[in-house]
Design a protein around this ligand. Structure first.
Ligand SMILES: NC(=O)c1ccc[n+]([C@@H]2O[C@H](COP(=O)([O-])OP(=O)(O)OC[C@H]3O[C@@H](n4cnc5c(N)ncnc54)[C@H](O)[C@@H]3O)[C@@H](O)[C@H]2O)c1
Length: 382
């Protein structure tokens, strides 16, 4: 493994900037074993130049193919929409580059399967891959997982997950890629649901065995996006869901429910998880990401209740590398942890998690939910 490890990043939007920050910060704050060099950022339009300058990238490429062909790139970080993930990841892995790929892993089950095959081939040659389920690295959620794993919560009964945003409510919002099936795969389901489906299984260590789902689109037509400065007046069809609900069962007699929406006014980025067990419960909301609520069911009833663990102590995960207790972490830290852990896995020659196989597992759940929603079996109530 070369040090520094030379990173090439595809996409310069929201995630492109979040990941740029993470590559810069990880080696300065966490023990990464390898130093990332911000070698090249790739974008198809002129805007990439300014982002490259601001974020500290040494060079710019205008196509991901050219980026992968470069000998001075060791790791490809995919921060472009879902329809690009499979092709870029497979080409990069086959070229011997380590790959960090944003979620959802792909737009279809077939693409995700091909990506896992490429990752398996590459792994044998010492090439690592990881999918960007960054919320696995929120310290409070790692504590939640520990409380399930060490049986503090007892026998699990319910796993309840939500991921609620409200930006979709604006009818003037143009038909950006997130509203297009061929680019995004699905709507809120794949975008937001992928995160919480992954967390539901990761936190419990159990698999969802059966599910049924409903999806809904509230605004069916949106203004065409502005391309190259040209405004098109025509409206375009939204062919993805705006919201989805899933209910199901885990392996061991545990019920599951999920709700995701881009129309939940008042909720900006409310990734919420509650796990109820026979001995207690945990409750988390990303909008208060340093806190984990914990309920101990063995407490005498008159003084029992949820209490708040402020997950900023030095013996909480990752915190020792940051600030003193109470000096809270934020959204961006999840990406810094992700970058640091990927670098460590590469340096040690160890498998990186979440793996592409974990991404494929989520894709199976998404496909099952879509299949169920396509044949709704609702019963009319008169
Ligand atoms: N982990 C998270 O919490 C999180 C949050 C947001 C988005 N995402 C994921 O990150 C990915 C990107 O989302 P975003 O919000 O950054 O989108 P964005 O629209 O802000 O940026 C996408 C970028 O990809 C570029 N791009 C598109 N097609 C390309 C191509 N063929 N070649 C090169 N560049 C191309 C665009 O020019 C743009 O720079 C998606 O997979 C999304 O689901 C993850």
């Amino acid at each position: 493994v070369t040090d520094p490890i030379r990173v090439g990043l595809v996409g310069y939007g929201f995630m492109g900037v979040a990941h740029s920050h993470a590559w810069r910060t990880a080696p300065r704050m966490l023990p990464t074993a390898l130093n990332p060099a911000l070698t090249a950022i790739c974008g198809r339009s002129g805007g990439v130049e300014a982002v490259a300058r601001q974020q500290g990238w040494h060079s710019v490429e205008r196509s991901w193919e050219a980026l992968i062909e470069r000998d001075d790139i060791d790791l490809v970080d995919i921060c472009s929409p879902g329809d690009t993930h499979a092709e870029i990841a497979i080409r990069a892995l086959d070229a011997g580059k380590h790959v960090l790929c944003e979620k959802p892993l792909a737009n279809t089950l077939e693409e995700a399967e091909a990506m896992v095959e490429a990752a398996t081939r590459a792994h044998r040659r010492g090439v690592r891959s990881m999918v960007g389920f960054n919320y696995r690295r929120v310290p409070a959620l790692i504590v939640a997982r520990r409380l399930v794993g060490d049986d503090t919560l007892g026998r699990l009964r319910h796993v309840r997950v939500q991921y609620l945003q409200d930006w979709g409510e604006d009818p003037d919002l143009p038909l950006v890629w997130r509203f297009q099936r061929e680019r995004a795969g699905s709507g809120a389901l794949g975008d937001l649901g992928a995160h919480v489906l992954d967390l539901a299984e990761h936190l419990t260590g159990q698999s969802i065995k059966a599910l049924t789902a409903l999806t809904h689109t509230f605004i069916n037509r949106r203004p065409a996006p502005v391309i190259g400065g040209c405004h098109h007046t025509a409206e375009r069809l939204v062919d993805v869901d705006d919201a989805a609900q899933v209910i199901g069962f885990f392996d061991e007699d545990v019920t599951f429910s999920l709700e995701v929406s881009r129309f939940a006014t008042g909720h900006k980025n409310a990734l919420r998880i509650e796990i109820n067990g026979s001995r207690g419960s945990v409750c988390f909301d990303l909008e208060r990401l340093n806190e984990l609520l914990f309920y101990d069911h063995s407490e005498p009833g008159w003084r029992a209740g949820y209490r708040t663990i402020l997950v900023t102590e030095r013996d909480h995960p990752y915190i020792v590398h940051w600030w003193p207790p109470g000096h809270t972490l934020g959204y961006e830290h999840t990406f810094v942890h992700q970058a640091a852990d990927f670098l460590t896995a590469i340096a040690r020659g160890a498998p990186a998690e979440p793996s592409f196989a974990d991404g494929l597992r989520v894709q199976r759940l998404l496909a099952a939910a879509e299949a169920s929603a396509a044949e709704p079996s609702t019963i009319s109530v008169t």
